[in-house]
Write a protein that binds this ligand. Structure first.
Ligand code: SAM
Length: 319
């Protein structure tokens, strides 16, 4: 593919330097096109990770419209509508401070979902709010406005980079909204976030999506990784899903494993979150050698059901 690599590189620099919030940076359709097949694809893979987690807790979207706020090229709406073909039957709304981005996203949604009504305004009826990779561009007032909008939604699906800053913003949002909504994922409870307890100042809630194998073999992806200086294997994300409807009852003993698993020769240390808070637990290889090996390869689900003796996991099963 032939893209304007230098504009994409400049865009990445503004993201890394935290200056992207200063103004509309979508200077051309070409830049949007380049973003859509590179950065936005990587974001799509993070959404796929969230969809898998949502299937694990049997969540499906409520009836109503889909509203992609800060839509960029509309990747969140397009992936969501693909994952949930029954969603957005009353329409898809797209919002961005950039008119060019809304135009691009609208055309892309129309192309992929020709029967779907597409609007550029807040939906009138109930809606699922999609937010993707926006918080780092918002100042306090922008975040307050977004939380007000979230409080009008039937459900919120919010995906951000897996950085401590983005995760802290999601924890804040969760605290602001948890009285009106049920957290559905990654949280398995509605209590105050366990990361706000003393001793967790350096921890953050994040996960790792798996890119498809072609990123290692496809010439364009290899070139993209090299030019941008991006390690294509690494796709950390933070996310939050809220719903007005109560979740399907959680399996007893269910825990969400957050962050990096710390793997040693014969055991792993896992940070597990449930209604009692976030705790470090020890899982030894001899408890379940097959699962231990799968964990070593990063192939285990973040949702597990276990029994404990003290801090030691004595049985573990993927949900
Ligand atoms: C990193 S891009 C993410 C785009 C898209 N959601 C995605 O996941 O690919 C951030 C988007 O947020 C938009 N944005 C930033 N601040 C905004 C604001 N205050 N109101 C609306 N959109 C905003 C930008 O124009 C940009 O399209």
């Amino acid at each position: 593919m032939e893209y304007d690599w230098s504009s994409l590189d400049e865009l990445r620099t503004t993201y890394l330097e935290g200056t992207a919030g200063q103004g509309d940076y979508w200077a051309s359709d070409e830049l949007l096109r380049g973003y859509d097949v590179t950065f936005a694809r990587r974001i799509a893979w993070k959404w796929h990770h969230v969809f898998r987690d949502l299937a694990g807790v049997s969540w499906t979207p409520p009836a109503g419209a889909v509203y992609d706020w800060g839509c960029g090229t509309g990747v969140a709406a397009r992936e969501f509508l693909t994952a949930y073909p029954g969603a957005g039957l009353t329409g898809v709304s797209l919002h961005d401070r950039s008119r060019r981005a809304v135009g691009f996203a609208s055309a892309a949604v129309r192309r992929e979902f020709p029967d779907m009504p597409v609007m550029a305004a807040e939906p009138e009826g109930p809606f699922t709010l999609l937010i993707s990779h926006v918080v780092t561009e918002l100042k306090e007032a922008g975040m307050a406005e977004l939380l007000k909008l979230a409080d009008r939604a039937a459900a919120v699906v919010w995906v951000e980079p897996g950085t401590s800053v983005a995760s802290a913003q999601l924890v804040k949002a969760r605290e602001a909204l948890r009285e009106s909504f049920y957290p559905i994922a990654p949280c398995l409870h509605r209590n105050r976030c366990g990361l706000l307890a003393e001793g967790h100042e350096n921890d953050w809630c994040h996960f790792f999506a798996t890119p498809p194998p072609e990123v290692y073999t496809d010439r364009d992806w290899v070139q993209f990784g090299r030019i941008m200086g991006i390690d294509l294997r690494s796709l950390p994300l933070s996310y939050l899903v809220l719903d007005r409807r109560a979740p399907v009852a959680p399996v007893p003993g269910a825990v969400r494993i957050i962050g990096k698993r710390r793997l040693y020769k014969g055991h792993a240390l896992l940070d597990a979150c449930d209604a009692t808070g976030v705790h470090e637990r020890r899982f030894t290889k001899r408890t379940d050698p097959l699962l231990f090996r799968a964990m070593n390869k990063g192939k285990t689900s973040t949702l597990q059901q276990w029994t404990l003796e003290g801090n030691e996991v004595t049985s573990l099963k993927e949900i």
